[in-house]
Design a protein around this ligand. Structure first.
Ligand code: RIB
Ligand code: CA
Length: 349
């Protein structure tokens, strides 16, 4: 089993990452820390509670963290993930409650309870993790490993010309984290999945049809750009229906920004790497974050060749096999959908 502590800004792709992990038999989610980013921290928490309840997941603790970045004002992205952060999906309101424990305490107490065993997976801004390492400087050494979806290496940004969203929302936090995780043994150094690799994970609508088939859901739908904006799925399986509704919003966003009718699954890929780093070819580098640049604040830089005279502090994911990843994503979320409480499948036994 891989024990995981998630820190998320759920978000459409954060949602798919959570479903992937819930569908992964080797994943044990010890807790979820919610950080402001795509939407407010409170909405992030509600989204996670709602997905967990829909999936009939166990009592996974969902904690609120900082509602704002360390220094700069909060910027959210309703245009990318929808006003509630889950696209067009309208999940049943959760009956489960947000934990009274602060996310910073979740990080430290979970890591201290099982030193060297917990993999941290951050798929949102690094605000909470920065506060956690400030509170407990031993945290980096107490974790088995950290995997971050963030940054962009030798590749354009998606928030500024050079900066990626999770880092751009709170660059000061990212700097604190990269510095705090420097000097660790190589096999404990963070793995960073930047846009350079996550923008190769482009989910096409046909993959959603495959998901419906894997879930035994009908009708099998392939969302089309010719359908009205906000058209809702009629899938018989509730999980498939909500995923299709969420992803349609993401397809519309990618089309509106002239990418095309598909969606980059940044966070689910980082989740796969957290369970098995072999998903990516990794390259050592000294990674740092620009804080002062008028045009480049929030930009991540990888010093591949030691020009700064500093030891490598991270492993940058540089290559993967997207099709093999989609096969596993569909298999695992399709299986989760089939097992949903009350789900009916076309091939009822
Ligand atoms: O830049 C992509 C990242 O920003 C993803 O984690 C997405 O959810 C947003 O948080
Ligand atoms: Ca995210």
């Amino acid at each position: 089993m891989t024990k995981l502590l998630l820190d998320v800004d759920t978000g459409i792709d954060d949602s798919i990452a959570l479903l992937y992990l819930l569908g992964s038999p080797e994943a044990e989610i010890l807790g979820i820390s919610c950080t402001a980013g795509n939407v407010s921290a409170r909405q992030v928490a509600i989204n996670n509670l709602a997905w967990l309840e829909l999936c009939g997941a166990g009592p996974i603790e969902v904690c609120l963290g900082s509602e704002i970045p360390l220094i700069q004002p909060l910027k959210t992205s309703p245009e990318t993930h929808g006003p509630q952060g889950i696209g067009w999906a309208e999940l049943p309101a959760p009956s489960r409650e947000i934990s009274a424990r602060h996310a910073v305490n979740l990080w430290s107490e979970v890591a201290r309870r099982q030193p060297g065993e917990v993999v941290g997976l951050v798929t949102g801004p690094l605000t909470n993790l920065a506060l956690a390492v400030r509170t407990d400087p031993e945290l980096p050494r107490l974790l088995r490993r950290l995997v971050v979806m963030g940054g962009s290496f030798d590749h354009p940004g998606n928030t500024t010309p050079t900066a990626e969203w999770n880092i751009a929302v709170d660059p000061d936090a990212a700097k604190i984290v990269f510095d705090a995780f420097s000097g660790l043994p190589a096999d404990q150094q963070p793995i960073i999945c930047g846009l350079n690799i996550t923008e190769t994970i482009a989910l096409a609508p046909a993959q959603l049809a495959r998901l419906a088939e894997a879930a035994g859901s009908t009708p099998v739908e392939t969302p089309s750009p010719d359908e009205p904006v906000g058209a809702r799925s009629a899938a018989s399986n509730p999980l498939v229906r909500h995923v299709v509704d969420a992803m349609r919003f993401y397809f519309e966003f990618h089309r509106d920004w002239n990418w095309g009718w598909f969606a980059h699954l940044h966070d689910p890929f980082a989740a796969a790497v957290a369970l098995d780093p072999d998903w990516a070819e990794l390259r050592p580098a000294t990674v740092d974050v620009e804080l002062a640049g008028a045009l480049t604040r929030g930009t991540t830089i990888a010093d591949w060749g030691g020009k700064w005279g500093r030891e490598p502090n991270a492993w940058v994911a540089i290559r993967t096999d997207p099709e093999r990843f989609f096969d596993q994503l569909i298999d695992r979320i399709g299986g989760l959908a089939r097992r949903l409480p009350g789900a009916t499948t076309e091939t009822a036994d």
